[in-house]
Design a binder for this molecule. Structure first.
Ligand code: AMP
Length: 273
């Protein structure tokens, strides 16, 4: 596996490669969720590039940028063992200069749900993803359904800016007890880890209601809030796959999203029905 930190060196390295390239952008502290993205990229492409970059522009003031878990050596091993061809590992100064051009998230869809409690977060996400896609110029890029709003906005950017990359959504990987894997789970203490299970339980409860034919969004959201109590809830939303509100669940076209605080750790999760 080749490790490259300079964007221009990576562009040069990939310039004459005629193979299909699968790209997996991450912020490091890799877990089985990231590995499933890498596996999918390997299945569908002749070459796989992974990036590890803790992007400062998507963190708001006071968020966890400084304490975000860093596992550089373990991450390199995981990538190498997973058959990654090139690991892109830039420093902030490799990615950003002064007085930068940036991409702005859409004014409505970028400022609801996670964007409401983290205003400007998605500007940083879209800017860095645009930079990374321009550096790697992949055939396909892989994003987790776990970050459903991020996936939605990136797909929107690619469509609206007429970019040629194919965005491939990947299912959420969970612990055996249902907790969605996240680099932030290590912030949870023992009691919070137990409380965090309410997130997956609320989504299972929603899914069970739908299986019984209860499709009314208010009814489902109310039941989910009962399961989540007493956690601080940022939102429980039942939307279609374009992220428009739904009064009734439409099987095959629905995503149910939850974001809560467990202690001081923000957890988000969703199911696609
Ligand atoms: P991050 O390192 O948190 O920026 O995540 C990098 C990519 O991995 C994003 O596309 C995430 O949606 C995806 N991801 C994170 N957690 C999971 C998970 N549990 N299952 C599947 N994909 C995930």
């Amino acid at each position: 596996m080749k490790i490259i930190s300079s964007p221009l060196e990576l562009k040069e390295h990939l310039k004459n490669i005629k193979l299909s390239v699968g790209f997996v952008p991450t912020m490091g502290a890799l877990h089985e969720g990231h590995i499933s993205l890498i596996k999918k990229a390997k299945e569908q492409n002749e070459m796989v590039v992974v990036s590890i970059f803790l992007n400062p522009t998507q963190f708001l003031k006071g968020e966890d940028l400084e304490k975000y878990p860093k596992k550089d050596e373990a991450d390199k091993k995981i990538c190498s063992l997973s058959g990654v061809d090139v690991l892109f590992f830039p420093q902030t100064s490799d990615m950003y200069g002064v007085d930068e051009v940036s991409i702005l998230a859409p004014k409505v869809r970028g400022y609801v749900l996670e964007g409401q409690s983290r205003p400007g977060h998605f500007n940083g996400v879209l800017t860095v993803v645009m930079k990374l896609l321009n550096i790697v110029n992949p055939t396909r890029a892989y994003f987790g359904k776990k970050d459903a709003q991020q996936l939605n906005l990136i797909s929107l950017m690619v469509k609206q800016l007429f970019m040629s990359v194919e965005i491939v959504p990947v299912d959420t990987v969970r612990e055996k007890d249902g907790l969605a894997l996240s680099s932030r789970n290590i912030y949870l203490n023992k009691d919070e880890r137990v409380e965090a299970l309410k997130v997956a339980s609320s989504l299972r409860a929603a899914s069970a209601m739908v299986s019984k034919g209860i499709l009314n969004s208010h009814e489902i959201a109310d039941s989910m809030r009962e399961v989540l109590a007493p956690l601080e809830i940022f939102y429980v939303e039942i939307l279609d796959r374009e992220f428009n509100p739904l009064l009734h669940v439409e099987i095959g076209n629905t995503v149910i999203l939850v974001e809560v605080n467990v202690g001081t750790t923000r957890l988000l999760d969703n199911i696609w029905l």
